[in-house]
Structure formats: C-alpha cells, structure tokens
Design a protein around this ligand. Structure first.
Ligand SMILES: Cc1cc2nc3c(=O)[nH]c(=O)nc-3n(C[C@H](O)[C@H](O)[C@H](O)COP(=O)(O)OP(=O)(O)OC[C@H]3O[C@@H](n4cnc5c(N)ncnc54)[C@H](O)[C@@H]3O)c2cc1C
Length: 288
C-alpha cells in the first residue's frame, strides 16, 4: 500500500494507482502499446528510432525513458527454483493475503523491505525481517523501524539467507548468523526478497551514458562524467535529458532518483516542458 502519495490519505495500492493513471492518460489522448517491450534505440539524424518487440520500428523526435528498476536476485539456486512457489521478489497484495495466519520472512534492510514486512504483518501470523547488516538505522526510515516494532515484526540483524527448499513449494529456509557463522533452519511459508534493484537499461545503446550500476545520467551528471574522463561535453543537456539528444529519463531509472511515486510522477510532469524545448530547438523556434 502506498501511503505517502499526496491526495490518498488512506493509501492506495500500486495496481489501483496504475489503473487510474492509465484511464487518465487515455482521456488525454495517450496511445498505448500494451505488453510490448522496447528492445532498441538509435539516433537517425534528428530522429530517434525505437525498436519494439517483436521488431516494429517507431520513428520519433523525442523519447522519455521511465523503465524503472527490477529486483536484485538472491544468489541461491534452490530458492530460485521455487520462485513463484513461496519465493517472491517484491511483495504483492495477493501473496500477502494468501499468507493469512502463516509464517513469512522478508529479506532486505531498506524501506521497500520494511514496507513489505509491515504489509505482510497485517495478514501473516509471524513475520521476520532478515537483514545482512548490523543495523537498520542506516538504511531504513526511523518511522518504519518504529512501525515494524509496533506491528510485532521480528528483526534479525547480521542474517543472510543461504539455502532453503520444499517439495512443491517453499517450506524452510537456511539462515546464516554472520557474527557466529552458524546456520539455522527456519520454517516458512513465504520468502519475500527486496534486496535492491537493477535499472532496466541494458537494452539502451552506449550513447546513453549510465553510472556503474546502470542508472541513467541526466543533466549536470553528464558534464561530470565527461569531465572525469578528461573530456568536455559539446552540449549542455537539459536537467532530465540523457547524453543522447532528445532522449530523457524520469523516475527510478534515473541516477539520484529517490525511488518514490511522487517524485517519479513529478519528474514525468517536469520533463514535458523539456521535451517541448527540444522540439522547438529542432524546429528552429525560440524556447517557450
Ligand atoms: C515493495 C515496494 C513498495 C513501495 N512503496 C512505495 C511507497 O509506499 N511510496 C512511494 O512513494 N514509493 C514506493 N515504492 C517505489 C515506487 O513504486 C517507485 O518509485 C515508482 O513506481 C517508480 O516509478 P517508475 O515509473 O520510475 O518505474 P516503475 O513503476 O517501475 O515502472 C516502470 C515500467 O516500465 C516497464 N519497462 C521496463 N523496461 C521496459 C522496456 N524495455 N519496454 C517496455 N516497458 C518497460 C516496467 O515493466 C514497468 O511497468 C515502492 C516500491 C516497492 C518495490
């Protein structure tokens, strides 16, 4: 449940928010290509060519990238095999309800993991948060730490999931105590993994500069990246523009994004005037 997005005092689920946004964008005349994936992007003169699976090419004067992030995987093969059968990346409302009265474990020390644990605590009989580090204070908001305690979520620090299994679905995990280097089996009905994210940028061409984690550089970050290489940029991109002219980035996929709905939506609003500036430049018109 997203509880900190302006205008929804009781919170709103991600799926419902997306559905509402879809309807609103439709009213404004947006055209959608549902269940299609962008797999390529290349410049062609003043135009940009976006390749959409299974091979259609769209020619356009500007592109806004809002591809977000995907969850980092836990490197435990026996748990990967149970993905979807008790092992989940992220935490959806559906899976949480299915765990009513049962036992859940959440892996991760960030706000996403904390929110997932809180959400699960509304349904599950017992929720344990497994954190690899020695403290939550560095990585999680103070209010969430307090809410976890109030909701009865057990927090295990210095803990790493190193194994687990189950015949048809997950029924146990192996948790390593990183201080004493001992392993213990814990019975569980659901393991929710929220250990960070990888930006969805691997399909983009090298002209679109990224940081070492793959997040897209925009605005001043690009000048800095060139300067680090001892080079000087030939043009100054707009604040949300990438190193490829006319290609913009907003939301979680952008370096320095704060990973919040409000900021992703806000950047989506701000970027439009920058797109217009780019289109005016192409047309030789003065900026508005
Ligand atoms: C468990 C959890 C709880 C959260 N709780 C909160 C909260 O309470 N409050 C809050 O403010 N934020 C919360 N967040 C963060 C929030 O969800 C994100 O900040 C926000 O969704 C970012 O929006 P976005 O548009 O950048 O990316 P996303 O919402 O991730 O959207 C990206 C979309 O692009 C699609 N895509 C990716 N690559 C391609 C491609 N090549 N072609 C076509 N489509 C593609 C993806 O499938 C996805 O649909 C939470 C996140 C998680 C994981």
């Amino acid at each position: 449940l997203i509880r900190n997005y302006l205008g929804f005092s009781r919170g709103i689920g991600g799926a419902e928010l997306i559905q509402r946004a879809y309807q609103q964008a439709w009213v404004f005349g947006t055209r959608f290509a549902l269940t299609r994936e962008a797999v390529g992007l290349s410049p062609d003169g003043d135009l940009l060519v976006v390749t959409v699976s299974p091979g259609e090419e769209l020619r356009t004067r500007s592109v806004v990238l809002a591809t977000g992030v995907t969850y980092r995987r836990l490197d435990v093969p026996e748990l990967e095999a149970l993905h979807g059968a008790g092992v989940y990346y992220g935490a959806s409302a559906f899976e949480a309800k299915a765990l009513t009265g049962r036992v859940a474990h959440v892996v991760g020390g960030g706000n996403s993991a904390g929110q997932a644990a809180l959400h699960l605590a509304r349904y599950a009989a017992a929720v344990t948060l497994l954190v690899r580090g020695p403290s939550l204070a560095e990585s999680m908001s103070a209010y969430l730490i307090e809410e976890l305690a109030a909701a009865g979520v057990e927090v295990k620090l210095d803990a790493e999931v190193v194994g687990g299994g189950g015949e048809h679905a997950l029924d146990h995990i192996l948790v390593r105590d990183l201080v004493h280097m001992t392993d213990a089996v814990a019975s569980t009905d659901g393991l929710f993994i929220l250990i960070g994210a990888t930006p969805m940028t691997e399909w983009l061409p090298s002209e679109v500069l990224r940081d070492r984690w793959g997040y897209l550089l925009t605005g001043d970050d690009i000048d800095e990246a060139w300067a680090e290489k001892g080079l000087k940029a030939v043009r100054s991109p707009q604040p949300l523009e990438t190193s490829l002219p006319g290609v913009f980035a907003v939301g979680d996929v952008r370096r320095r994004s704060v990973k919040r709905v409000a900021s992703a939506v806000g950047e989506g609003s701000v970027v439009i005037s920058q797109v217009h500036t780019h289109l005016n430049q192409l047309a030789g018109r003065p900026p508005t």
